[in-house]
Write a protein that binds this ligand. Structure first.
Ligand code: 3UK
Length: 539
């Protein structure tokens, strides 16, 4: 195993030091330009100085609400370098979500993409907040009405106005470094607090140890940087080994991804990624797309999948087409990255592989004890727990949910797993009501609460169904009010308008009533049984 970082450890300073010897090496390429390792280091240190000049102090939080690009990376590492704690948030949320996060994190400043400034401005007119500065990247720092007392800055001018900081904050390795929000089935999202050491561990144990990334790789992640998966994929892993990164602001549609994989954008000018990371839904969308590139049009040596289980058939079809395996592994926001995975050269599709060295797994029974292996070495279905060095410290301001998840050295994953006779772990569903759609958490309860806000809707129940690719999609069963009318499209548009758009139910079924218990509780399991019976008939 790699050495533990020293007690005084700043992850951003660690990355900058590692590459000080070859400043000319390319680090990042986004839709507008590139940064060498030298230029990246300089901008990170300018960003740290500029944050200090705003009066943002050690340990204070800064909202990082940006589309993927060089500025995202500069902002994230600039915060860490200054000992300021970036709260990297999903760019697809609503003003209401950001209002909650700003208040919960007591953010003192926000670093935001110009395109997202109107939503942020709207959030500032909601809940009380402590925000004093908004720094706008990638466009004009104007056009949005900010409350008085909030100053507006333009990212490039702001960096240019400050000489690079001489030294990084003398942070402790176990000090809060950054937050990511993770959704639960009920309640607000959880502010998951990670240390400076955590990204070091994931980069060494998974990025280097399992994926074998080197300075010769050009990596590209369809999963955005604000996801823990994307953050490792396209920032901490490649920058730990001196590799290069392709960053893309737009949604990872198949054509957008194909353009990067084939090096067909003006900024790439023929340079083609060697490593690609995505979620299973993305792989399914690409395989079904008429413009799927041919094998010789790409330069891939490795593909990674996470976020939801990769159906066997998808992996096999991808491998047959490109000649490259997809390495499926399970990770979480709480563990920061993947802790159980297939290996390059040793892939068993339909499984999550074996524990990543440095992590330990237990499958526990209802009594909380590890289930004993059967004579053939397999383990029956139980609750998966993981122990490893990259677990988050806690959920901010949430003792109760922190206690439930972070149990001493062990983290409760919330997943059911079995182990086969070869020692490979096989996903068997979640043990809460959360659904993973396109690799992203959605809560059925949040969708139901939004559905019943539509004037025509009396009640609704949402379940996960399995599509033809073996992937989870949301289906809403809707009971309309007597005499009321609404189309499925209208109900979906209602959800997209009130919720983060990725949460809208993919299918709507109008039903006269919902199955209920004698006490009036909706029986979701009956809806799931009905769906299972329906798809069995269809098949
Ligand atoms: C599910 C998987 C089966 C599982 C993540 C890689 O997905 C990530 O983090 P989240 O916090 O969700 C965690 C939950 O998602 N899951 C993820 N990967 C798989 N289920 N097979 C998989 N390969 O329920 C898990 O508990 O959004 C993934 C790296 C970092 C991450 N944060």
């Amino acid at each position: 195993l790699p050495p533990a970082p020293p007690a005084r450890f700043n992850f951003a300073a660690h990355l900058l030091q590692r590459h000080a010897a070859y400043p000319q090496r390319p680090a990042l390429t986004d839709d507008h330009g590139s940064l060498t390792y030298g230029a990246l280091g300089e901008r990170v240190r300018r960003c740290a100085a500029a944050l200090r000049a705003l009066g943002v102090h050690r340990e204070e939080r800064v909202l990082l609400l940006m589309h993927d690009g060089c500025d995202w990376v500069v902002s994230f590492l600039g915060c860490l370098y200054a000992g300021v704690v970036p709260v990297a948030v999903n760019t697809l949320l609503t003003a209401d979500d950001y209002a909650y996060q700003l208040r919960h994190a007591r953010a003192q400043a926000a670093l935001v993409s110009a395109a997202l400034l109107p939503t942020l401005a709207q959030a500032l007119h909601g809940e009380p907040h402590e925000l004093r500065h908004v720094v706008v990247a990638g466009g004009p720092a104007a056009g949005a009405a900010l409350p008085t007392g909030v100053a507006l800055h333009a990212f490039d001018d702001w960096l240019a106005a400050h000489a690079p900081a001489e030294a990084a904050a003398d942070t402790h390795t176990d000090e809060p470094a950054f937050w990511l929000y993770s959704s639960g089935s009920t309640g607000r999202p959880k502010g998951t607090v990670h240390t400076h050491a955590n990204p070091y561990w994931t980069a060494e144990l998974y990025g280097r140890g399992v994926l074998g990334l080197t300075e010769h790789d050009l990596v590209f992640s369809a999963a955005k940087l604000f996801f823990a998966y994307g953050l490792g994929n396209a920032l901490t892993f490649p920058l730990s080994v001196g590799a290069s990164v392709v960053l893309m602001a737009e949604r990872p549609t198949p054509p957008a991804v194909f353009a990067r994989l084939t090096g067909a954008t003006p900024m790439l000018a023929g340079r083609r990624p060697t490593v690609f990371y995505g979620a299973p839904t993305g792989y399914a969308g690409m395989l079904a797309h008429p413009d799927l590139p041919q094998r010789d049009q790409v330069a891939l040596r490795l593909c990674s999948s996470a976020g939801e289980a990769l159906p066997r058939d998808l992996g096999e079809r991808w491998k047959a087409h490109f000649g490259v395996d997809i390495i499926d592994g399970i990770g979480s926001t709480e563990m920061l990255h993947i802790y159980c995975s297939n290996r390059p050269g040793d892939v068993a599709y339909g499984t999550s592989g074996t524990p990543v060295p440095g992590y330990e797994l237990e499958i526990r029974g209802d009594d909380g004890r590890p289930l004993p292996p059967n004579p053939d070495g397999s383990i029956d279905i139980g609750d998966l727990y993981v122990r490893g060095p990259s677990a988050a410290l806690l959920y901010w301001n949430d003792r109760e949910r922190s206690r439930q998840t972070f149990q001493g050295a062990w983290t409760r994953t919330g997943d059911k797993y079995t182990r086969d006779a070869q020692g490979r772990y096989v996903y068997a569903g979640r043990n809460d009501d959360m659904l993973k759609v396109s690799g992203i958490y959605v809560s059925p309860f949040e969708i139901e609460a939004t559905l019943v806000r539509h004037p025509a809707v009396l009640e609704a129940a949402v379940i996960g169904i399995t599509d033809a690719d073996g992937l989870t999609k949301t289906k809403a069963f809707v009971v309309l009010r007597p005499g009321a009318h609404a189309s499925a499209e209208e109900i979906q548009a209602h959800c997209k308008a009130l919720l983060a758009p990725f949460k809208y139910p993919r299918q709507i079924a109008f039903v006269p009533e919902l199955p209920k218990t004698a006490t009036g509780k909706i029986q979701r399991f009956r809806l799931r049984e009905m769906e299972a019976a329906r798809s069995a008939v269809a098949a």
